[in-house]
Design a binder for this molecule. Structure first.
Ligand code: MN
Length: 248
C-alpha cells in the first residue's frame, strides 16, 4: 500500500504568563488535522539552532493568535491603549520567521500572525483600532462569544490567492466579492509592509488578509478561521489550501 506522509505543521504555542503555562486552542490543531495535516505545537524557544532545524524539517508553519506585538518592533513607544505583550513570543517568532522565509516554507498567519508578519517585514500596526482608526463606518472588530459567528464582512480582491481559493460558481472572475468573517482583535495593520499585498479589507478600510507574492505560500488573515472551521466552508477552504500546499 502506498504511504503518503501527511504534512507536519508547526504551530506557534500560546503563552499564559500569569499561569506560567504553554497552551493551545483546539481549533488550530483540529482544523489542520481535518485538512489533512499533522499539527505539532512548537516549543516557545528563541534558540536559533533549534528553530533553524524546525524550519528545515517541518512542512509548514502556523503563526497563531496571541498577545499584542511590542510596538518597539515597529519603532513606536507603547501607548496606554496597547495591550499586554509577550517578549518570549516576539523573540521566538522573529527568529522562526527569518528561517522559514529563508527556506521558503509555507506560512499561514492568523490574527497576531498577520500583525507579526507585517511588522517583521517592515510595516506598522494600530496599537488600538478604536483609539486610532476613526471612520464613518464603525466595525465591531472585537466581538463577544460565540466566536465562530461572523460579525463583519471582508471584500476579497481579485487576482489574489484568497480570491482563487474562495471563489464560487457565481463569482465573476474580476469582481471583488464579500465574505462574512468573525473578528476578535483590537490591533491591525496600519502601514502595510512593502513586500506584502492586500487580499481582503473590512468595510472600514482595515486590511484583513495579506499574502507575499514572491514566496511559495505566505499568507495571513486577521479573522479566526480556527473558531469557525466547523460551521463555515470558507474557513475550511482556507485551512485546506494551506495544508495541501505544504505537502508538495
Ligand atoms: Mn475584524
Amino acid at each position: 500500500m502506498l504511504f503518503v506522509p501527511r504534512p507536519l505543521i508547526g504551530i506557534v504555542p500560546l503563552y499564559d504568563e500569569p499561569r506560567n503555562s504553554f497552551w493551545m486552542l483546539p481549533g488550530y490543531m483540529q482544523a489542520i488535522e481535518h485538512a489533512g495535516g499533522i499539527p505539532v505545537m512548537l516549543p516557545l524557544s528563541s534558540e536559533p539552532s533549534c528553530l533553524r532545524q524546525l524550519a528545515q524539517q517541518l512542512d509548514g508553519f502556523l503563526f497563531s493568535g496571541g498577545q499584542d506585538v511590542a510596538p518597539e518592533l515597529y519603532g513606536e513607544q507603547p501607548a496606554d491603549y496597547c495591550g499586554a505583550v509577550c517578549s518570549e513570543r516576539d523573540a521566538m517568532e522573529k527568529t522562526l520567521l527569518e528561517f522559514v522565509l529563508e527556506f521558503d516554507k509555507p506560512v499561514f498567519g492568523i490574527c497576531r500572525g498577520i500583525q507579526f508578519m507585517n511588522v517583521f517585514l517592515g510595516g506598522t500596526l494600530y496599537q488600538d483600532i478604536p483609539s486610532q482608526l476613526q471612520t464613518e463606518i464603525v466595525i465591531p472588530h472585537r466581538q463577544k462569544p460565540p466566536y465562530h459567528e461572523p460579525v463583519h464582512s471582508v471584500t476579497v480582491e481579485p487576482e489574489t490567492p484568497l480570491f482563487c481559493v474562495l471563489q464560487t460558481g457565481e463569482t465573476l472572475s474580476n469582481t471583488p466579492f464579500e465574505i462574512p468573517v468573525n473578528s476578535f482583535h483590537h490591533q491591525g495593520i496600519r502601514r502595510l509592509a512593502a513586500e506584502l499585498k492586500t487580499a481582503a479589507c473590512a468595510p472600514d478600510g482595515l486590511i484583513e488578509a495579506v499574502y507575499h507574492p514572491n514566496k511559495r505560500l505566505v499568507f495571513a488573515v486577521q479573522w479566526h478561521p480556527e473558531f469557525s472551521w466547523q460551521n463555515d466552508s470558507n474557513s475550511r477552504k482556507i485551512f485546506s489550501y494551506f495544508v495541501q500546499n505544504c505537502g508538495e
